[in-house]
Design a protein around this ligand. Sequence first.
Ligand code: COA
Ligand code: AMP
Length: 630
Amino acid sequence: MGYQEVYKGWQSDPEGFWMQAAEAIDWDQKPSKALFDKGNDLYEWFADGLTNTCWNAVDRHVEAGRGGQVAIIHDSPITGTLHKITYSELRNRVARLAGALRAKGIEKGDRVIIYMPMVPEALEAMLACSRLGAIHSVVFGGFAANELAVRIDDATPKAIIAASCGLEPGRVVHYKPLLDGAIELAKHKPDFTVIFQREQEVAKLNDGYDFDWHGFQYGVDPADCVPVEGNHPAYILYTSGTTGAPKGVIRHTGGHLVALNWSMKNIYNVDPGDTFWAASDVGWVVGHSYICYAPLIHGNTTIVFEGKPVGTPDAGTFWRVISDHNVRSFFTAPTAFRAVKRDDPKGEFVGKYDISCLRAIYLAGERADPDTIEWAQKVTGKPIYDHWWQTETGWTIAGMPAGIEALPVKIGSPSVPMPGYDVQILDEAGHAMKPGELGAIAVKLPLPPGTLPTLWNAEDRFRKSYLSHFPGYYETGDAGMIDEDGYLYIMARTDDVINVAGHRLSTGGMEEVLAAHPDVAECAVIGVTDQLKGQLPMGFVCLTTGVNRPHDEIVKECVKLVRDKIGPVAAFKLCAVVDRLPKTRSGKILRATMVKIADSEEFKLPATIDDPAILDEIKVALQGMGYAKG
Ligand code: COA
Ligand code: AMP
């Protein structure tokens, strides 16, 4: 069957399609049907089935006689170590960890925050939670204590599992002080923490509150898998919205298992036993879906890579890992390839390794610029498949269904909608637009299995953010178009979310931080184009009357404030003091116009602008930061 037939098959019988996909999952009790319409535009999948994520990701492969297969490869060029864990070992390690958590009172439905770097123990912590039916929330290591505190208060975890440190090239990230700081800041206090001590930095543990990862497992009984309902939350993952308060995307167990398992063959074209590698971080959705869950559920070998595309030790790292571990399908972000291309424009490192095992490369997380795609294709000789999705969906909305049919690639497009997604381009009034016309990208409800059913403790925000603008649709927040052949093109975000090195960040959140500086009266943060990271945040601050301290001092403080409050991952380094911000007569800051000036793009002076002369000052400030030169 080709893609068209599969897609049409889903369209004609969506429930039958997903019930069939659900056959590939082990259920303690099979769901009676696929879709549960909760009314008022809320839907759930496989709600009355009973199953367990960890069983499907680990135990069942051991039961099926594949316990000797490597489940996780930890390849860490940062520490110079390589460690392989078989499915049997993984089961034992996870069952013991789950047993220790249970002995400390963790039960089905309890929340557990995981704050760990790229070590296999991060996946084991996730799986141990799923084994017990506890709901994990992984927080990315590049976030500061304040961001962690916000998540602690929202998820109200019973426990936090963390590592003593993370390792960035040339820098140890001291997790324990960050963790202590976050618990101090948060109103909610978890009952206890579990600390995985890494040899690069051993953290001080507080007696009776911080438990050593190994020590607290001593003498406990391993835990069996606890069956949970199909609509039981497997995890909460926070993502950036338009304000500083992150949105807690919920993933339900049943749909998550079914959709991820389906995606491994049909999109990534791997069979059980093959090695699959997503070079991301467990703190992001790509890490949840494609470092941890999907490859394991599908019986693949997954790679936990602790390194960077360049500098660990060189621009050949990707090719070395692919060759060493016989990687079949490789998933990374365009920014990583831009970094490799900058260091090795001719792709000379590729020739040093045998990457004949590799069948295709998948890119996501941000717009894949044609230059990068063409370069990657040229130096590797492999097909490069862009695919588009979001934290909210957990898996591909539009991509190349390579395991069904390799359709022609159109550079600049992430290809076609996956079964389950009825993608439409809508105008402001919600009318469908014609092929080739630019509009808001929306998905007709219901969304498929594996996508968010709502936000954690925030149904109103869920409706407001995603459902209210276009009734009957999920609003993606992206704008784009569909061509005559049904290929989708993603052009821009329709909100204040920016994408820095494949990381989704909120300019609104950064503005909240800057506004808290005592000398700042008003501010704006925009996303400007960057050759390497796609976008970079840039701040403009207006000072409170009477403040006459040196501007560069204030700028330094602003940069430090964002790093301290949001984290280094915000990459907030560009900031300028200006007298005024350009606004409409009704007082709306003209951020989009500022972006156009920064990127030296043509723009129309907004008819409603209050005082066009302010734009000249903005331009001068931009030029001072190396922008608006064209
Ligand atoms: N823990 C702590 N700090 C982290 C971190 C983590 N897990 N990840 C990143 N940081 C820090 C970095 O050390 C850096 O700090 P610095 O300002 O002190 O240098 C800052 O956050 C910005 O990091 P990053 O955006 O990664 O930039 P970089 O300059 O270190 O590296 C790239 C540039 C392109 C090599 C890198 O961004 C990269 O590998 N990108 C791919 C990202 C990716 O795979 N995204 C997938 C999401 S799906
Ligand atoms: P995240 O939730 O962090 O995965 O970010 C999702 C957002 O990243 C999307 O809404 C898009 O704006 C952007 N994005 C992800 N993948 C792509 C892609 N292939 N092409 C263009 N933009 C993308």
